[in-house]
Design a protein around this ligand. Structure first.
Ligand SMILES: CC(C)(COP(=O)(O)OP(=O)(O)OC[C@H]1O[C@@H](n2cnc3c(N)ncnc32)[C@H](O)[C@@H]1OP(=O)(O)O)[C@@H](O)C(=O)NCCC(=O)NCCS
Length: 176
């Protein structure tokens, strides 16, 4: 069941950069969110890269959501993203994606992409509700389960998916 507006207002979060101290709470939310969850090493290896940024959503003293994304020349790419199961359907994911959308600009990074597992209907519905569209099926994208990924994309310009833009930016799978 959905939450009323007042309950959603109560779920307003503070979004900030992820710091090392957040890791235990992030790992806990990650474990609760995914069957094939990232380890601490996966997070650290990713965050060590120059173009990789971690953000968290904080409510009071608690980290309730996290996102790792990459900066590319023309777009942002979401690598990992979760809201703690206890805090879902309260608009927290939406606030985090809105924050990311606010980082786009018409003359530089104009889109956001994310790969979603074919079985992850909840995330597909979530991203669709935030204005993302499915643009490509990536066959057997995940080594762990062999599942396909749906590449979903949000575009500031709302233009058709541009293969050229995609070729320029190349989405690299994290676990290859
Ligand atoms: C996807 C996820 C981050 C969404 O976070 P959230 O905070 O629950 O999302 P929000 O409350 O902001 O949802 C916004 C809207 O998205 C849609 N939505 C979200 N979850 C949904 C679900 N389970 N089923 C259908 N629609 C859903 C709804 O339209 C919702 O608005 P509403 O609650 O007013 O109906 C969260 O479900 C999650 O952590 N899932 C597990 C990890 C995951 O799959 N991450 C994405 C990997 S690509």
């Amino acid at each position: 069941m959905g939450f009323s507006r007042t309950e959603k207002d109560l779920s307003r979060v503070h979004i900030r950069w992820m710091i090392r101290r957040d890791m235990p709470e992030v790992l806990n939310a990650e474990k609760e969110s995914f069957e094939f969850s990232w380890t601490e090493d996966d997070f650290l290896r990713c965050l060590r890269q120059r173009n990789c940024i971690g953000m968290v959503a904080e409510q009071g003293e608690r980290v309730v959501g996290y996102m790792i994304y990459e900066l590319h020349k023309c777009k942002l790419h979401i690598m990992n993203f979760g809201v703690h199961p206890r805090c879902r359907r309260r608009g927290i994911g939406k606030q985090m994606v809105s924050k990311l959308i606010s980082k786009l600009s018409s003359h530089r990074r104009t889109s956001i992409t994310v790969e979603v597992r074919e079985t992850n209907l909840e995330a597909q519905l979530f991203f669709k509700s935030q204005g993302f569209k499915g643009v490509r099926v990536m066959r057997s994208f995940y080594e762990d389960s062999g599942e396909d990924a749906y590449l979903m994309r949000y575009s500031l310009r709302g233009e058709e998916f541009s293969e050229m833009e995609e070729a320029e930016d190349q989405v690299a799978p994290f676990r290859d």
